[in-house]
Design a protein around this ligand. Structure first.
Ligand SMILES: Nc1ncnc2c1ncn2[C@@H]1O[C@H](COP(=O)(O)OP(=O)(O)OP(=O)(O)O)[C@@H](O)[C@H]1O
Ligand SMILES: [Mg+2]
Length: 274
């Protein structure tokens, strides 16, 4: 009998509660979604709805209070130990005393004996060149702009050739053109290394441009209100913004988000519902 391939990420009825007693916060109600291997999926939802919490559960940094999270059929802790997971935090978090090249090769050097069954590590010098950092390899992070540091953090995350790459609003503080250029570089690496990506963003257009599917979450306690499949051909070049279908997807997601936002604490506090 044919064996079904496990999802790269499976989140089933995942619940997460912080604090206790009167200060209890139910961050996630019961979140369900799956990501098939090699797909690029974005998570979008009102501020405080639990997007970062979902990433932390998938990364194995926290465990759900109910439900389960699996990465390639294994617990996130086991997947992490097997170096299957890469994480790009919102701020680059490079070590200030190491050069760019030493920063991005650090995980490889620490994990020299990482599992032999996996494909060999990518050539980091080559990845840095592809990310436009060829001339910056020997510089210290403080000598780079914020966008360059963010690119280095992305390259570093690809270093162990993770099967699953988790990214928490990695481009949120960048100008539009730097952001677009980084999106293209990310898509290039994603394509080349056949990684599965779970990407948190507040930008609807970024989610549509990058993703195979967009998971829309409700206000806290977070749950999934819709999964929008983005059926736009790739590569999605500059002309994408001229396409009617692109804007139709943006409108659809904005509509779902509007519904999600209306129930948010922040909207209630502002007297929404007039
Ligand atoms: N360690 C914690 N202790 C207590 N509450 C927490 C903790 N971490 C998160 N929360 C709460 O859980 C909820 C979800 O937080 P989370 O950071 O996952 O939201 P988010 O969707 O990533 O928000 P944003 O878009 O603003 O980054 C929030 O109400 C937050 O205050
Ligand atoms: Mg967050």
């Amino acid at each position: 009998m044919e064996q079904a391939t496990p999802a790269a990420i499976e989140v089933s009825a995942a619940r997460r509660v912080y604090g206790y007693g009167a200060s209890t916060t139910v961050a996630l109600g019961a979140v369900d979604f799956t990501v098939a291997p090699g797909r690029f999926v974005s998570l979008i939802g009102p501020s405080g709805c639990g997007k970062s919490t979902v990433l932390r559960l998938v990364a194995g940094l926290e465990t759900p209070d109910a439900g389960r999270v699996l990465v390639h059929g294994a617990t996130p802790a086991d997947a992490c130990a097997a170096k299957l997971i890469g994480f790009v935090p919102q701020t680059p978090a490079l070590l200030p005393w190491l050069s760019v090249l030493k920063n991005v090769t650090l995980p490889q050097r620490i994990n020299r004996k990482a599992s032999k069954r996996r494909a060999p590590h990518p050539d980091m010098r080559e990845l840095l060149r592809k990310a436009g950092l060829g001339d910056a390899m020997d510089k210290l992070p403080a000598q780079l702009s914020g966008g360059m540091q963010q690119r280095a953090a992305i390259v570093r995350a690809f270093g162990l050739r993770p099967e699953v790459l988790l990214m928490d609003e990695p481009f949120s503080s960048l100008d539009e053109f730097t952001r677009e250029s980084l999106q293209d570089q990310l898509l290039g690496l994603w394509n080349e290394l056949a990684t599965t990506v779970l990407f948190v963003t507040h930008s609807v257009s970024e989610a549509v441009r990058l993703s195979d599917a967009v998971v829309v979450m409700s206000a806290r306690p977070g749950r999934v209100v819709d999964v929008v499949e983005i059926d736009l051909p790739r590569p999605r070049g500059e002309r994408l913004f001229e396409k009617r279908e692109f804007h139709a997807y943006e409108d659809l997601i904005r509509d779902r988000l509007r519904g999600a936002w209306r129930s948010a604490d922040i909207a209630k506090a502002g007297g929404a519902g007039r």
